[in-house]
Design a protein around this ligand. Structure first.
Ligand SMILES: [Cu+2]
Length: 154
């Protein structure tokens, strides 16, 4: 074929939404089984913060495993083996492959359990890999964070 690139462009023009033609991320095939970057998101999983100060334990994820669009997570935060009370807590959602997040800001509510917070909604609106970063600044301390990597299926 003398003009392979032109031929691809032409077939895309004819086929429109055929795989490989669109550059829109949501048209990618997402196979979470093959994404080795993703964590196995299960209730009870725990991550130590990057600064080894705060631990972040997933008490419950709903739905489990995560799927589109809205998710509710309950997280228990501890420091030095004790519930982390009085901390400033925040979260960020980001798709590293697409360089975007979500417009919907999660509401963070302290539950009746000390150091335990509800995050709702975690708006995982697009299939693919999401990074959910939890940050906690203990009262009078400095910020620690942990990143949970979630693959959201089609
Ligand atoms: Cu995306």
């Amino acid at each position: 074929m003398r003009f392979p690139h032109a031929a691809v462009l032409l077939s895309c023009a004819l086929l429109g939404s055929a795989p490989g033609c669109s550059d829109h991320p949501s048209d990618e095939d997402v196979d979470c089984q093959k994404d080795t970057r993703a964590d196995d998101i299960v209730d009870g999983m725990e991550k130590m913060g990057e600064r080894q100060v705060v631990s972040f334990r997933l008490v419950s994820a709903s739905p489990s495993p995560p799927r589109r669009p809205d998710n509710t997570w309950i997280m228990a935060l501890q420091s030095a083996g004790a519930p982390l009370v009085g901390a400033t807590v925040s979260t960020t959602l980001f798709m590293p492959d697409h360089n975007h997040g979500t417009q919907i800001k999660p509401v963070i509510t302290a539950t009746s359990e000390p150091g335990t917070y509800k995050f709702e909604p975690l708006n995982l609106w697009m299939p693919g890999l999401w990074e959910i970063t939890f940050e906690a600044t203990p009262a009078g301390g400095s910020k620690d964070r942990a990143v949970f990597r979630v693959c959201v299926p089609d």
